[in-house]
Each structure stands twice: as structure tokens, then as C-alpha cells.
Design a protein around this ligand. Structure first.
Ligand code: MLT
Length: 218
């Protein structure tokens, strides 16, 4: 793979192999890196371009996208700063890799879902939509946000020990209040993704972000 420019985040970019496919911004969970979600990205968005940054915060050696005080208690100042950095990265990467406007869809897992929510709520123009896997409420917006019917899919686990069902409902309500086109899917699972999540994500991507139909994952 040719050397990739430093756009403020260590990252990996894979160009699209299918015309009309979206570009997916892959945002890993705590302890992941820029390679972690690449197989998932290929499964849910065949032929899509993949843009995958590595979170720059280290928690006991594990990469994350922003600091937290404890599990589920976020450092809001750091979250805001890191979200701005990610928005700048998205802008620069879009120019560097010729990602067309309106083609970038976030797909975040856990900590990556949380910064994806923060990104789209703070910078609605940065993303065409967001797939939030096992996401939490990153912050409650104090001002009205208009996501202009952007699709948002929440993939949540009924038995998730980290994200409670009330929090997921609150997150869905935040996006509904922001005029997003919200799909909330409850999977019989915990925090770990299951095959049902992958199939839901695939169908949602195909419905909203592809021109032609793509083959189902095995
Ligand atoms: C977070 O810190 O973003 C959430 O608690 C998810 C996690 O990374 O465990």
C-alpha cells in the first residue's frame, strides 16, 4: 500500500472498488486501532471506500477517541476537543482522498460510536449518516440540531452490560429530536456484535447509501 499522508490521525484508507458505493468512516472501540473494523466495513459495505483513523487517547495503553473519567463518565472538554480534531481530519481526508461531499457515513463501535454521535451532532455537515453500534449518549445537545433526515442506525444489545436500555432510548430520542431518520434495532446480544448486527448494518447501508444492489454477506 502506498504511503498515506499524515492528516492528524494515524489512519488507513482504502479506495472504493465499486462505483456508487459510499465511503465509510470506521471508528473503533477502546483498545482497537485503524485495522480493527476493516473486515466489518468490507462485510457491511462491499466495494465502499474505507477511512479508518486510530484514536489518539491512550488509556492504560489502549487507544480511544476521547478521555473518560470512569466507564460511561466522559471528560466533556476532551470530547469536544477530540471531536473538533476528528472533524478537521474528515475535512482534510475528504480533500486528500477525493471523497465526494455527502458520501461519508460513519460506522462506530462502542467508544467509536460515541465519538461518531458527537461528530454528527456537532458537525452535521461532516457526515451523510451514522451507524452507531452499542453507542451511549455522548452529551445532551443544549441547542437545536438539524440533521435534515440523515439516516442514523442504532444497533444495541438487550443484554449489554455497559449500555443500559434507557440510555439507548435517550440516544434515539436525541436523534429523533434532531430530525434524523432513526432506526433502532435491538439485538439479542451483549456489548459484542453478533451476525444479526452485521446483517442489519448491511441492509441499512444498502437501503440508504448505495445506488445499485450489492450481494448479501455470507
Ligand atoms: C466509552 O468510554 O466510550 C464507553 O464506555 C464505551 C467503551 O469504550 O467502553
Amino acid at each position: 500500500m502506498p504511503a498515506q499522508p499524515d492528516l492528524g490521525f494515524p489512519h488507513r484508507f482504502e479506495p472504493a472498488t465499486t462505483q456508487g458505493a459510499p465511503c465509510v468512516l470506521l471508528l473503533h472501540g477502546t483498545g482497537g486501532d485503524e485495522t480493527s473494523l476493516v473486515p466489518l466495513g468490507k462485510a457491511i459495505a462491499p466495494g465502499a471506500a474505507l477511512l479508518s483513523p486510530r484514536g489518539k487517547v491512550l488509556e492504560q495503553g489502549l487507544a480511544r477517541f476521547f478521555r473518560r473519567r470512569t466507564e460511561g463518565e466522559f471528560d466533556q472538554v476532551d470530547l469536544e476537543t477530540r471531536t473538533k480534531e476528528l472533524a478537521a481530519f474528515v475535512n482534510e481526508a475528504s480533500a486528500a482522498y477525493s471523497i465526494p461531499a455527502g458520501k461519508l457515513v460513519a460506522a462506530g463501535f462502542s467508544n467509536g460510536a460515541n465519538i461518531a454521535s458527537s461528530l454528527i451532532l456537532r458537525f452535521p455537515e461532516a457526515l451523510a449518516g451514522a451507524l452507531l453500534m452499542r453507542g451511549m449518549v455522548p452529551f445532551v445537545p443544549q441547542q437545536a440540531v438539524d440533521l435534515k433526515r440523515r439516516p442514523v442506525l442504532l444497533l444495541s444489545g438487550v443484554d449489554d452490560p455497559i449500555v443500559g436500555t434507557d440510555e439507548v432510548e435517550e440516544l434515539a430520542d436525541i436523534f429523533r429530536a434532531a430530525n434524523a431518520e432513526v432506526t433502532l434495532h435491538w439485538e439479542t446480544a451483549g456489548h459484542t456484535l453478533s451476525q444479526g448486527d452485521v446483517l442489519m448494518a448491511f441492509d441499512w447501508m444498502r437501503k440508504f447509501f448505495y445506488a445499485p444492489r450489492a450481494a448479501k454477506p455470507k
